[in-house]
Ligand binder design. Structure first.
Ligand SMILES: Nc1ncnc2c1ncn2[C@@H]1O[C@H](COP(=O)(O)OP(=O)(O)OP(=O)(O)O)[C@@H](O)[C@H]1O
Length: 212
């Protein structure tokens, strides 16, 4: 349960939401604008706390709070992307490696992802010198770089044409097949088709299956 208070008004953003995403599973979260998808991702990554209920992680992450996780444990593609303006695009992709002392070892994978996403030729540009779609592909590459145990993404194909969206989805699916628990909020029906499960959000409530 998550409520936001705006003056006299209270919005129930999440109401009785119960979900489990397993390691190796790609789950698509669908629902209209304002239905609570981003709020759910914010709870799962530890940016927000629930008013009632709990978020727990299993396996190697058991017993820890999400706000203590580093990039290898949980990576997020926020809707607003969150690229660092002072770093060029290659260094944005490499940020998780720099923060975890794995810079040299991660350069080949960073190069691979940037090439796969068609952004390798933009490596030395600042974020503001790239299109929104290109910036979004950088944010997805950054999240994938260390093969996180948990991958959360908020509309990661929102600014892509079909071809680039499919390239991003290939890597997201690959990350799930490699053992990550993957939850992606998306309006992209192709993504729903590639997910192992689809969950629908409406007015803060979650149901199994695609919306009818
Ligand atoms: N910080 C906040 N303060 C007040 N209300 C909020 C806040 N964050 C979200 N809300 C409200 O909570 C509800 C759910 O918002 P949320 O951003 O989770 O929706 P969403 O499904 O991700 O939408 P979209 O597809 O447009 O990104 C909306 O009514 C929104 O206005």
């Amino acid at each position: 349960m998550k409520r936001f208070t705006r003056g006299a008004e209270t919005v129930t953003a999440l109401d009785g939401v119960d979900l489990r995403v397993r390691a190796g599973e790609f789950v698509a979260l669908v629902g209209p604008s304002g239905s609570g998808k981003s709020t759910l991702l914010a709870l799962l990554c530890g940016w927000e706390t629930a008013d009632a209920g709990s978020v727990t992680y299993g396996g190697a992450l058991a017993g820890r709070r999400a706000d203590t996780f580093g990039w290898p444990e949980l990576a997020l593609v926020p809707q607003a992307l969150g690229l660092l303006a002072d770093l060029d695009l290659a260094d944005n992709v490499l940020l998780p490696a720099r923060l975890t002392g794995a810079l040299a070892a991660s350069r080949p994978r960073a190069g691979e992802l940037m090439e796969a996403f068609g952004i390798d030729h933009l490596a030395a540009r600042a974020p503001h010198q790239a299109s929104l779609g290109e910036q979004q592909r950088v944010a997805v590459a950054r999240a994938l770089l260390l093969g996180p145990a948990v991958l959360l993404a908020d509309e990661p194909t929102a600014h892509q044409d079909r071809g680039h969206a499919d390239l991003l989805l290939d890597e997201v699916v690959g990350q799930a097949r490699a053992g990550s628990a993957v939850l992606v909020a998306t309006h992209d029906e192709v993504a729903w088709g590639r997910a192992d499960r689809v969950l629908s959000m409406r007015d803060g409530r979650l149901t199994e299956g695609a919306p009818r």
